[in-house]
Write a protein of this length. Structure first.
Length: 153
């Protein structure tokens, strides 16, 4: 049975690491359409992702930049790509427990295998249509809110 109080009291804090402004905007709109209670935060590359997760620099205010429930990670970003960032996250004992969902345009088998080898919780290819993105965000949101037990930070 789903715990309704948990769903209402705990919005899913999603940190999206993606350098594409259109993808960020579409994901934000899709999450809104999905009606999954969430808070969405963005970073543009792997360097910013690690700074955010570690609460460093401009991300030191944990009220403004709370620790995420999950990370949506694009693979192809400037400065530090998603593969490098994922490897750093999983090496860090303070970060390795955060679920990282790879959300990318890459359909390459080698990217999928490497992502899972590095510790990704899931590997999802970005949908082509907005309707499919809404459906995906609804499913992802419901899964992480209704079914998965995440530790409190």
């Amino acid at each position: 049975m789903i715990n309704e109080d948990k769903i209402l009291a705990s919005p899913l804090k999603i940190l999206m690491a993606d350098d594409d402004a259109d993808d960020k905007m579409l994901t934000k709109e899709a999450l809104h359409e999905s009606r999954v209670l969430n808070e969405l935060y963005f970073v543009d590359n792997g360097v910013e992702l690690l700074e955010y997760l570690r609460g460093e620099g401009k991300f030191s205010d944990r009220v403004k930049y709370p620790f995420p429930s999950i990370v949506l990670l694009d693979l192809n970003m400037p400065k530090m790509d998603g593969r490098e960032a994922l490897a750093e996250i999983k090496k860090d004992k303070n970060l390795r427990s955060v679920p990282v969902v790879i959300l990318t345009t890459s359909k390459a088998e080698e990217d999928m295998v490497k992502g899972y080898d590095l510790g990704a919780a899931s590997y999802i290819t970005k949908p082509v249509t907005f309707e499919d993105l809404v459906r995906l965000m609804t499913t992802v949101g419901k899964y992480w809110v209704e079914f998965v037990e995440l530790p409190e930070r």
